[in-house]
Design a protein around this ligand. Structure first.
Ligand SMILES: C[S@@+](CC[C@H](N)C(=O)[O-])C[C@H]1O[C@@H](n2cnc3c(N)ncnc32)[C@H](O)[C@@H]1O
Ligand code: SF4
Length: 302
């Protein structure tokens, strides 16, 4: 069984989050994809192509399709992905800032509510802490209200910075208030200097991690404990699902092994079937322990 097939629906996004690794990680395949203008990509993702790919994804054994970007909710094709996945009962996960939910998208979400999991990204737990890094607080709250109203399965993910680490009880309370499963994604500062060095998790003392662990529930405690050992205990991950059981499709149709590595490209799904590309040896072996570091502190365990 395979894990997640992530689809970078497009690279455009109305927000300009300070840490966004689509801009800060110079080796990001998504950043490379941005160089291709959105206009040349438009029109490639027809309903027929999306249906074909979802069908192939189901056949080769992926457990879910994850829509991300850029901001997936601004793309009309996102609705087609949701509908095609719904038709085949293939779980759809949407990673989003919740910035823009049109009427027709709202209807589509309602129609497929039992097949979708929303992973809502936040910068913090109130307007001031959210806007430190992101923006669009009011739309975010409106979006969370909608998800609650329609009974959507919701996760809330904060990018873990040193400041947020010191405010974990408030983040936990925010997730509890909205009924969202809490998650942290460790800040990957990338190669540019857009991220305030005071936010780097490398600067946090073990005592700061310990203090955070005492104020969160078991789910966050497990995530923070692992990260504490990565940052202060010399622990290296033994496994990462990316390139092994989980893969990424870029907006131009390229299938690749990971969001953070440009050396794992397998070919284009517009020219070959998914099964053919998955069986190609071009991608090499996954090497998570070596590539784990400044550009990625995310361990994908699917
Ligand atoms: C690139 S965004 C794309 C989807 C959507 N625009 C959003 O923000 O949810 C995917 C996820 O990556 C996270 N992210 C962006 N930059 C990051 C970084 N430098 N380190 C860790 N996570 C990051 C975002 O917070 C979001 O949860
Ligand atoms: S909303 Fe997502 S894609 Fe847009 S800038 Fe922020 S992290 Fe990046």
């Amino acid at each position: 069984m395979l894990g997640t097939l992530s689809v970078v629906v497009g690279t455009a996004c109305p927000l300009k989050c300070t840490y966004c690794f689509n801009m800060t990680n110079l080796d990001s395949p998504v950043l490379q994809a941005k160089k291709e203008s959105e206009r040349t990509l438009a029109g490639r993702w027809t309903r027929q192509r999306i249906k074909r790919l979802v069908c192939e994804a189901k056949e080769v054994g992926y457990r879910r399709i994850m829509l991300t970007g850029g901001e997936p909710l601004i793309y009309p094709s996102t609705k087609m992905w949701i509908e095609s996945c719904g038709d085949l009962n293939l779980k759809t996960v949407i990673v989003t800032s919740l910035l823009l939910i049109s009427r027709s998208l709202e209807e589509c979400l309602r129609d497929h509510v039992s097949n979708i999991e929303m992973r809502v990204s936040v910068g913090g737990y109130n307007q001031a802490t959210h806007d430190r890094y992101r923006g669009g607080w009011e739309q975010l709250i409106k979006g969370l209200e909608l998800l609650r109203r329609i009974g959507m399965s919701t996760h809330i993910t904060v990018v873990l910075t040193r400041r947020i680490l010191g405010e974990m009880s408030l983040f936990q309370a925010f997730c509890d208030e909205w009924g969202g499963v809490p998650n942290v994604a460790a800040l990957s500062p990338g190669e540019s200097s857009r991220v305030d060095p005071a936010d780097f998790l490398e600067t946090a003392a073990r005592s700061e991690w310990d203090a955070a662990l005492t104020v969160v529930s078991s789910r966050l405690r497990a995530q923070l404990t692992l990260l504490r050992e990565f940052y202060t205990g010399g622990l290296k991950p033994k496994y990462c699902a990316m390139n092994d059981t989980s893969h990424v499709i870029l907006p131009d149709g390229t299938l690749t092994g990971c969001f953070h590595r440009t050396d794992l490209l397998r070919g284009n799904i517009f020219n070959h079937s998914l099964a053919t590309l998955l069986n190609s040896n071009a991608a090499g072996e996954p090497k998570p322990p070596e590539c784990f570091g400044p550009n990625c502190y995310t361990i994908h365990i699917d």
